[in-house]
Design a binder for this molecule. Structure first.
Ligand code: SF4
Length: 900
C-alpha cells in the first residue's frame, strides 16, 4: 500500500545505500516533510540510519537544476524541452550516421530507478544498436557480479538479510558496515545481543568503527585477500572440513581450485606473512570458520574495488562451496551493494557487458530473444565500453557524444582529471541531474533537469534482491521530468517506436514480461524471473509491497537461492574458480611509499550533491582528511590537524592530517566525497590509479602508491555566512552546509596587509556604514569581524596564524536567531557566549548533536562503563544507532586515558 494507516505518510524507500530501507514521509501543513523509518519494511523494520533520517533536510529547491539549458558562447541558456532534445537527437543522428552507433554512449547510475534504467538500456542496446551504456555501479560492485556469474552461472545473491540473524558466524570483508550499511550492522548488533554466541569477524586493513564490536579483527594488508581465502580453502581441505557429497553433487572444479590455492597459500605462516597479520590471529579465524556450519561472509568495496576484485570474490565463494555453506538458512557469501539500485541496474542489464533480464550480450540466442521481445531494429552485437575504457575512448575521440545521467564522474572516476580531459574533448556532453552546479555539469553542453527523491516514482532493488517502490510525495519542480520520460521523449525524437510508455507502471510490466519471456527449462532458462509480478493493475503496482525475486508466484518469492543445490550453469553445478593471487598493479616504492586507500565516511554519500545539503550530516566529519599512522606522519614531516598535500602519479589534493582511523603503517586513507563544489582541492578521484580488474573492469580504488608533504600556510580562518562567498584567492577552503548559513574553513598563503579591507572585500561588505564589528591584534596576526544587518548576524570571519580558534557551534547557533541580543553582541567577537560554556567538541551523535568532549566528560564524571549508560545520560545512540561503535571506542579510550 502506498498510504499508511494514518493516511498521511507515503511509504517509500531511502535514496542512499543498498540496504534499501523503507521510509515513511509525512507532509506537514507548512510544507516540511517528516521522515521516519517504515516499520512494515522487512529491510529495516522501522529503523533508519542518520543519513536516512536526514533525508528531509535535502529536499529544498536551493541549487536545483530546474530547466533545460544549452551552453552557448555567452554561457548557459534556458531552452524548451523540445529544443534541448532536438539538439541532442540531431547530434546523435549525425554522429551515428557518420561514425556508427559505437560513437555515442550513455553513462548512468545506480541512483536511477529500475524503470529509468530499463528504458536507458533498451534505447542503447536495442535501438541505437550499441552496448555503450555503462554505469557508476561499475565502480562499486561489478567484481561481485562477475564472480557470481563465474561461480553460479548468473548474477545471483544467494542469501537474504534474515540470514545475518540466523548465522553463527559473520565475516565482514572489506566492509565498514557500521558506517556504510548502518542498518544491516544494527541488525547484526541486535542479533549478537540476543545470541552472544554469534561471532563477528572483520577483515579490513583499517580498524574501522565496525571493528569496535567484532570478536576478531584481521588487519590484512591491502590487496592480500586472495592469499587469505586461498589459504582458508587449502586449510579446510587439509583438515577435512569438506562436504564431499555436496562438492560431488553440486560443484565442479575443486581440484583445480585447490591446486591453485596450494601453490602459494598452503602454509598458514606464509599466508600470515603476506597478509601482515599475526599467525595466531589467522589460525583463530581459520579454526572458527572450519568449526562453524552457519557462516555468512559479507563483502563489499574493499573486495570489489581492486584489480583482482573478481578473484577476491571468487576466493570467498570457493570457501563456502567446499563445505556446502550455501543455500541454507544462515550461510552463504553475500555481496552487499553500495547504491540504492545497483541491483535494479543489474536486472535490466545496465552494465556494458550485460544484456537485459540477466541475459548475455555474447550469447546469440539471448540477443535474438531480447530483439524479438523488444521488436528492436538494431541490436548491439558485442559488449560495450566499461566506465574507465569509455572515458578513454571519449578522450581519444572514438566516442563523440556522451550522455551522463545521475552521476558525477569528474569526482568519482579514477584518474578524474582524465575524465575532465575526455569531456573537454567530447563533441557533445549531455548531463541529466537534479543539481545545477556539479563538477561534471560544468563540462556539459546540454543540461537536463530530472526529478529527485521524493518526486519520482518507480522501483529499486536492494542487496537481498528485494524490490521496493519509491513513491513520489512532492510535485515536480520547475520543468524537471522523470529520467524514463526524458529518455523516452529522446527516443521518439530519434524516430524509435517502443517508447510510448504512459508511466513507470507500464515500464515495470514490460520488464517483468521480459524476465519470463521464453524462460523455461526447455528454452532459455534464467533464475531471474519476476513473472509473479506480471499483469498488475496501476493500483496494484502503486500498492506493491516489498518483494524479493525470483518470484513466479507472489506468495512464493524466494528469500534465498540454491536450496536445492541447483545453480544456473548449464549442468546445474556451481564452479570453483582457481585463483592465483596477485598484488595490486602499482606497488609502493620510489618516492611513493604509502598505499592510498579510499572510501566513505559515516554521514556523507557519494559526491555530497544530496547529503552535503543536510546540516545534520555536516558536523560529524566536516572536512576531507588524510588518515595516516603517526609514525608515517612524522616521517613525512606533517602533523595531525595540519594541512598536507597527498599526491600520486595521477594527481594531488590537499586535506588535513588525522590519526585514529586505525590505519597501518605504510598506508593512508582519504574519503571520496569532496568535490570542487565543496572544497578547493580535495577530489581524491584525481589521485586514484585507473587500473581495473581484467574481468569486471572495476577500478583499483583501494591501492594507489602515494606520498604526503606539508602544505604550509600563513594563516587559518573560518567564515560563517548567509550568502555564498567566492574564495578563488584563498589557498585552501572547504564549504560546509549549516542551518541558514554556509561555513567555510580557510587557510591562506598570502600575507594580508589590511585585514579589514581584505575581509570586507571577501565578504562583499562595501557599505562603510554597515554594522561591522571587528577586533584586530596586529602583532599577533589575529583578526575577527562580524557583519550584522537589522540585528541579525549576516556573516562573521575569524583569522589567525594559529589553528586554535573558537569552536563554531555557538556562532552557528546565532544564525537561527531572529535577532541578536546585546549579550550575544558582546560575545560575538570572542566566538563564545559571555558565560562561557564548554566546547562540546566534534559531533559524534548527529541525531541529537552530542559532541565528543561532552561524551568523554560525562563518562569521566559519571564513571560510566557501558554504551547504554551514555545513551541514558545524553540520548546519544538512542535514535539511529550509527554512532554506537564510536561511543564504544570513546568509552574505551576515556577509561584507558584515565587509568594511565
Ligand atoms: S542504511 Fe541508512 S542510508 Fe542505507 S538505506 Fe538504510 S537508512 Fe538509507
Amino acid at each position: 500500500m502506498n498510504l499508511s494507516q494514518d493516511h498521511l505518510a507515503i511509504q517509500t524507500t531511502c535514496a542512499y545505500c543498498g540496504v534499501g530501507c523503507g521510509v515513511k514521509a509525512t507532509m506537514q501543513a507548512d510544507g516540511a516533510v517528516v521522515i521516519a523509518g517504515d516499520a512494515q519494511h522487512p529491510a529495516n523494520q522501522g529503523r533508519l540510519c542518520v543519513k536516512g533520517s536526514a533525508l528531509g533536510e535535502t529536499l529544498g529547491l536551493d541549487g536545483r537544476l530546474l530547466y533545460p539549458q544549452l551552453r552557448t558562447a555567452q554561457g548557459l541558456k534556458r531552452v524548451s524541452w523540445d529544443e534541448a532534445l532536438d539538439t541532442v537527437a540531431d547530434k546523435w543522428r549525425s554522429i551515428i550516421a557518420e561514425h556508427g552507433p559505437d560513437a555515442v554512449a550513455l553513462y548512468v547510475s545506480g541512483q536511477l530507478l529500475t524503470e529509468d534504467y530499463y528504458v536507458a538500456n533498451k534505447l542503447m542496446k536495442g535501438y541505437v544498436g550499441s552496448a555503450n551504456i555503462d554505469t557508476n555501479s561499475r565502480l562499486c560492485m561489478s567484481s561481485a557480479v562477475a564472480a557470481h556469474k563465474r561461480a553460479f552461472g548468473e548474477d545471483l545473491v544467494p542469501v537474504c538479510y534474515d540470514d545475518l540473524e540466523l548465522a553463527d558466524m559473520i565475516v565482514l570483508v572489506g566492509s565498514n558496515t557500521a558506517w556504510c550499511h548502518p542498518i544491516l550492522f544494527q541488525r547484526i548488533q541486535r542479533a549478537r545481543e540476543l545470541r552472544p554466541e554469534l561471532k563477528l569477524v572483520v577483515i579490513d586493513p583499517r580498524r574501522t568503527a565496525t571493528c569496535e564490536l567484532a570478536d576478531l579483527h584481521l588487519p590484512v594488508w591491502q590487496g592480500t585477500d586472495t592469499w587469505l581465502f586461498n589459504g582458508l580453502l587449502s586449510y579446510l581441505a587439509r583438515i577435512g572440513a569438506v562436504d564431499p557429497d555436496y562438492v560431488a553433487a553440486h560443484t565442479n572444479g575443486l581440484d583445480e581450485a585447490l591446486a591453485a590455492a596450494n601453490v602459494d597459500c598452503s602454509d598458514p605462516a606464509e599466508v600470515a606473512r603476506v597478509c601482515r597479520i599475526e599467525l595466531d590471529v589467522l589460525m583463530e579465524f581459520y579454526e572458527m570458520f572450519a568449526a562453524t556450519a552457519k557462516v555468512i561472509t559479507a563483502f563489499s568495496m574493499g573486495v570489489n574495488q581492486s584489480s583482482a576484485g573478481t578473484d577476491k570474490a571468487n576466493s570467498i565463494i570457493n570457501c563456502h562451496l567446499i563445505g556446502g555453506r550455501i543455500g541454507r538458512p544462515g550461510m552463504g557469501p553475500f555481496s552487499i551493494t553500495g547504491q540504492p539500485n545497483a541491483m535494479g541496474g543489474r536486472e535490466v542489464g545496465g552494465l556494458a557487458n550485460m544484456l537485459a533480464a540477466h541475459m548475455e550480450l555474447d550469447n546469440r540466442a539471448h540477443r535474438e530473444l531480447v530483439q524479438t521481445f523488444w521488436e528492436s531494429p538494431r541490436m548491439a552485437s558485442k559488449q560495450g565500453l566499461k566506465a574507465v575504457d569509455l572515458f578513454r575512448a571519449i578522450e581519444d575521440g572514438k566516442v563523440k557524444a556522451v550522455w551522463i545521467i545521475a552521476t558525477n564522474p569528474l569526482v568519482s572516476l579514477p584518474d578524474a582529471e582524465q575524465a575532465r580531459r575526455a569531456l573537454a574533448n567530447c563533441e557533445m556532453v549531455v548531463a541529466t541531474d537534479i543539481i545545477q552546479n556539479t563538477d561534471t555539469n560544468a563540462c556539459a553542453d546540454v543540461l537536463l533537469p530530472a526529478l529527485g527523491w521524493g518526486e519520482k516514482d518507480g522501483t529499486v532493488t536492494n542487496s537481498e534482491r528485494r524490490i521496493s517502490r519509491q513513491r513520489a510525495f512532492q510535485p515536480a519542480p520547475g520543468e524537471a521530468l522523470a529520467d524514463w520520460k526524458i529518455l523516452s521523449l529522446f527516443a521518439q525524437k530519434m524516430g524509435y517506436t517502443g517508447f510510448d510508455f504512459a508511466g513507470p507502471h507500464e515500464i515495470f510490466e514490460e520488464h517483468v514480461r521480459l524476465s519470463s519471456f521464453r524462460n523455461t527449462p526447455e528454452d532459455l532458462p534464467r533464475v531471474f524471473d519476476m513473472s509473479g509480478l506480471g499483469g498488475m493493475s496501476q493500483r496494484e503496482y502503486d500498492d506493491m509491497p516489498p518483494t524479493q525475486w525470483p518470484v513466479q508466484v507472489v506468495q512464493d518469492a524466494q528469500a534465498r537461492l540454491f536450496g536445492d543445490g541447483r545453480f544456473a550453469h548449464a549442468d546445474g553445478k556451481a564452479r570453483f574458480i582457481p585463483i592465483t593471487p596477485r598484488p595490486p598493479v602499482n606497488q609502493t616504492g620510489g618516492e611513493f611509499h604509502l598505499a592510498l586507500n579510499t572510501g566513505r565516511v559515516r554521514d556523507q554519500w557519494h559526491t555530497m550533491t544530496r547529503s552535503g545539503r543536510a546540516p545534520k550530516l555536516a558536523d560529524h566529519i566536516a572536512e576531507s582528511f588524510i588518515d595516516m599512522h603517526p609514525h608515517d606522519a612524522l616521517l613525512h614531516g606533517v602533523r595531525e590537524g595540519e594541512l598536507a598535500r597527498i599526491s600520486t602519479g595521477w594527481g594531488a589534493m590537499v586535506a588535513r592530517v588525522q590519526h585514529g582511523g586505525g590505519i597501518a603503517r605504510g598506508s593512508a586513507f582519504v574519503p571520496i566525497h569532496w568535490s570542487n563544489q565543496t572544497a578547493s582541492d580535495a577530489r581524491v578521484g584525481t589521485l586514484v590509479n585507473p587500473e581495473v580488474d581484467p574481468v569486471s573492469g572495476e577500478p583499483e580504488f583501494k591501492h594507489t602508491p602515494a606520498k604526503v608533504e606539508p602544505f604550509p600556510v600563513a594563516w587559518h580562518g573560518f567564515i560563517l555566512s548567509r550568502s555564498a562567498i567566492a574564495l578563488n584567492e584563498v589557498a585552501h577552503w572547504t564549504r560546509i552546509q549549516g542551518r541558514e548559513f554556509a561555513r567555510y574553513e580557510l587557510a591562506g598563503r598570502n600575507s594580508i596587509s589590511d585585514f579589514s579591507a581584505w575581509a570586507r572585500a571577501l565578504l562583499g561588505v562595501h557599505d562603510i556604514d554597515a554594522d561591522w564589528l571587528e577586533y584586530e591584534d596586529r602583532s599577533a596576526g589575529i583578526y575577527r569581524a562580524a557583519h550584522v544587518v537589522n540585528d541579525r548576524i549576516q556573516q562573521c570571519i575569524f583569522l589567525s596564524p594559529r589553528q586554535d580558534m573558537p569552536p563554531r557551534a555557538w556562532l552557528a547557533s546565532l544564525f537561527v536567531k531572529p535577532e541578536l541580543s546585546e549579550i550575544d553582541r558582546v560575545g560575538l567577537l570572542a566566538g563564545m557566549p559571555v558565560e562561557k560554556r564548554a566546547d562540546s567538541g566534534p559531533t559524534v551523535c548527529s541525531c541529537f548533536g552530542v559532541g565528543r568532549n561532552t561524551i568523554c566528560e560525562t563518562i569521566r564524571i559519571k564513571k560510566l562503563d557501558a554504551v547504554p549508560q551514555i545513551t541514558a545520560c545524553l540520548k546519544a545512540g538512542s535514535n539511529c544507532g550509527s554512532c554506537v561503535p564510536e561511543l564504544k571506542k570513546l568509552l574505551a579510550e576515556t577509561k584507558a586515558t584515565d587509568a594511565a
